[in-house]
Design a protein around this ligand. Structure first.
Ligand code: CP
Ligand code: NVA
Length: 300
């Protein structure tokens, strides 16, 4: 494993390797066992979109591993004024030991890996969000003991989260159902790949999708970059919501996860969010542990 560009590039064994290391790092942190595995290493973090969890967890993660993280706002570096990705990364490769990037086009992340000579980590693109799904799988395994055979139902837009959940969950042997409006299905390439694997259903029938789910998952109706579509999306997605009625269709011990930030009253009802706040904030915490594991695997 040289980069983390998308989960499709990882084998089942590599995913479990990250999850196992993440569990170990979490245990050590809880027991005040220091682990400066990346002493002296430097991570550049390029953001051309907003972030709370990804930024803070990567920065704190590098600190706890003994390394250093630099926040590089897309607005402030020359990339924002048109310096090509392939030049930027050839320069940054001379200074840094790795780059984490959050941006729009997946191609930009792939180009960093192609033209640079250091590990590249995808911190979210329009196409996928692999770091989030590694933390999600870690959280599900913590609560359920194992992953294979569990059913995850994703409610809402067939967006970056849906794409990564499909790939990550199928790779570890889970079943996935996606409940989305017909015109908002996940990426066609992801769906074609999933068809070969088996284990995925995509439907606009929310109730069928949620039946007997072990995990209910949702995300915002309008992602970063889709602000202009917000009102139109509110109409299309109305009803694609995890509420008390939908919870009754899932397994009685079903977990509820949300990558956050959440819009209560849209994709999730406030009472469901608060009843499952334990699941959701454990999931958010696990971003730190899962990403530290990725950093150690790639930068050590
Ligand atoms: N879930 C997630 O990636 O959160 P941020 O946008 O705050 O980084
Ligand atoms: N789909 C959301 C996820 C945020 C973590 C977005 O891209 O804005």
């Amino acid at each position: 494993m040289k980069h983390l560009l998308k989960l499709g590039d990882l084998s089942r064994e590599e995913i479990y390797g990250i999850l196992n290391l993440a569990d170990q790092l979490k245990y050590e942190r809880k027991n005040n066992i220091r682990h400066p595995l990346l002493a002296g290493k430097k991570l550049g973090m390029i953001f051309t979109k907003s972030s709370t969890r990804t930024r803070v967890s990567f920065e704190v993660g590098m600190y706890e591993l003994g390394g250093y993280a630099l926040f590089l706002s897309g607005r402030d570096i020359q990339l924002g004024r048109g310096e090509p990705i392939k030049d930027t990364v050839r320069v940054l490769s001379r200074y840094l030991d790795g780059i984490m990037i959050r941006t729009f086009a997946q191609q930009d992340v792939e180009d960093l890996a192609k033209y640079g000579s250091i590990p590249i980590i995808n911190g979210l693109t329009d196409y996928c969000h692999p770091c989030q799904v590694l933390a999600d799988l870690m959280t599900i395994r913590e609560y359920k003991g194992s992953l294979a055979g569990l059913k995850l139902c994703f409610v809402g837009d067939g967006n970056n989260m849906a794409n990564s959940l499909i790939v990550g969950c199928l790779k570890v042997g889970m079943q996935v159902s996606i409940a989305c409006p017909d015109d908002y299905r996940p990426d066609a390439g992801v769906l074609a790949w999933a068809k070969e694997q088996g284990g995925l259903t995509v439907t606009s029938d929310l109730k069928a999708a949620a039946a007997d789910a072990d995990v209910l998952y949702t995300d915002v109706w309008a992602s970063m970059g889709q602000e202009a579509e917000k009102e139109a999306r509110e109409k299309v997605f109305r009803g694609f919501c995890i509420d008390g009625a939908l919870m009754k269709l899932a397994k009685p011990d079903a977990m509820v996860l949300h990558c956050l930030p959440a819009h209560r009253g849209e994709e999730i009802a406030d009472e469901v969010f608060e009843a499952h706040a334990g699941d959701i904030f454990d999931e958010a915490e696990n971003r730190l542990h899962a990403q530290k594991a990725v950093l150690v695997k790639l930068l050590k």
